[in-house]
Design a protein around this ligand. Structure first.
Ligand code: SF4
Ligand code: SF4
Length: 89
């Protein structure tokens, strides 16, 4: 996949996010594995039932939201001050 956005880690260096985090709706997740097998964010991990979960290292960049074909991933929380500027730089 070709990235359309700035690297999330580079953004994280500019703006620390303690409030934004992605979540997997376990009722929508089918366990298709696309997010953890083919998308390389280390915050996304498989559960024993093959559904996905997102650990506390998530910075809420939102890139994985577009990856899930079942719309099971959402980002919740408030964007910290400076987030948009850092992301679009
Ligand atoms: S891509 Fe979506 S449906 Fe597939 S495992 Fe990840 S969260 Fe679940
Ligand atoms: S929002 Fe998604 S892609 Fe971004 S850090 Fe969190 S789990 Fe990874």
């Amino acid at each position: 996949m070709i990235a359309k956005r700035a690297c999330a880690l580079e953004v994280l260096e500019k703006v620390s996010s303690d409030t934004l985090k992605a979540y997997v709706d376990q009722n929508k997740c089918t366990g298709c594995s696309i997010c953890y097998d083919f998308f390389t964010c280390p915050s996304i991990l498989p559960l024993p039932n093959r559904k996905a979960m997102i650990d506390d290292s998530c910075i809420g960049c939102g890139a994985c939201v577009e990856v899930c074909p079942f719309k099971a991933i959402t980002v919740k929380g408030e964007k910290p001050v400076g987030w948009e500027e850092a992301w679009n730089a």
